[in-house]
Design a protein around this ligand. Structure first.
Ligand SMILES: Cc1cc2nc3c(=O)[nH]c(=O)nc-3n(C[C@H](O)[C@H](O)[C@H](O)COP(=O)(O)OP(=O)(O)OC[C@H]3O[C@@H](n4cnc5c(N)ncnc54)[C@H](O)[C@@H]3O)c2cc1C
Length: 246
């Protein structure tokens, strides 16, 4: 067991996502058949069309492009927030298989995320956090033992003492409409730091794949006023600059 940190990898995506979206959008406004539409595209056409769709809010065509991410080194606390996004699809590693301290894993088995604010307190407090995690592992092992050490059957109850800091791994798929909406909420400075870091990394990775689709993606304030009102972060200029140059 030990400290872990965020890893995000864009694994798969709809091939030619912008061309797929443009094809779907053009079908809405034409009387021709799909095969002719697909061959009558001029290079570059799709970018202008996607910008128009986004500008006038015709967003169902952008649902035809999906993006799948492999995410590791995130906390159960992040997972609770992420799974509130109901349009996304998730496959999450089960804690039933966390396992126990054994000859194979003498050092304990669960990894954990240390929040940056705790890290910034210095090594003494990082060591303290590590020690607390090891204490929790020992509670987990104790419950597993008391429940008969029956693998899955005892682990599924022993895991109730595991912390929010415990690492989880997941595969996440979102279509582009949900992804843009997710970026709007979770790239904002008001979002919690861990999900914000993850959202920014996801945005960084999809931008080169579909530049027109994600050019203006990010927190709401990069294309208009901050919707947070009095709770705004007061950093609109630097936020806009950051996302423009991401
Ligand atoms: C900064 C921040 C703080 C938060 N704090 C809290 C908190 O303290 N407590 C808390 O409980 N949550 C909190 N949340 C979570 C928040 O309430 C939402 O659950 C989360 O952001 C997902 O948003 P959503 O439901 O709009 O998105 P999704 O589930 O991804 O849905 C996308 C959109 O689809 C539509 N939709 C989806 N499902 C339905 C439905 N059943 N009926 C109608 N329309 C639907 C809606 O238009 C929705 O906006 C917080 C979120 C943020 C960003």
């Amino acid at each position: 067991m030990g400290e872990t940190s965020l890893q995000v990898k864009l694994l798969k995506w709809t091939p030619n996502p912008e061309a797929t979206i443009a094809l779907a959008a053009r079908l809405c406004y034409t009387e021709t058949d799909i095969a002719s539409l697909a061959t009558s595209f001029k290079a570059g056409d799709e970018k202008a069309l996607i910008k128009r769709l986004l500008a006038f809010g015709h967003l169902s065509p952008i649902e035809h492009a999906s993006f799948t991410f492999g995410i590791e080194g995130v906390s159960r606390s992040l997972l609770a927030q992420l799974t509130r996004h109901r349009i996304a699809s998730f496959s999450v590693q089960s804690q039933r298989y966390v396992g126990k301290t054994s000859n194979k894993s003498p050092d304990g088995v669960f990894n954990y995320v240390i929040p940056p604010r705790i890290k910034s307190l210095g090594q003494f407090y990082i060591d303290r956090f590590d020690k607390q995690m090891r204490q929790i592992q020992s509670w987990y092992d104790e419950w597993n033992q008391l429940l008969g050490d029956k693998g899955e059957a005892s682990q599924e109850d022993a895991r109730f003492v595991l912390p929010n800091a415990a690492e989880t791994k997941l595969i996440l798929t979102m279509n582009a409409r949900e992804l843009r909406y997710f970026f709007r909420l979770r790239c904002c400075n008001r979002a919690q730091w861990e999900i914000r870091m993850m959202a920014i990394e996801m945005l960084r990775q999809v931008k080169p794949i579909a530049p027109a689709l994600f050019e203006d993606a990010g927190p709401a304030c990069i294309v208009g006023p901050c919707p947070e009102g009095a709770m705004n972060c007061g950093k609109i200029r630097s936020v806009r600059h950051f996302f423009k140059t991401l």
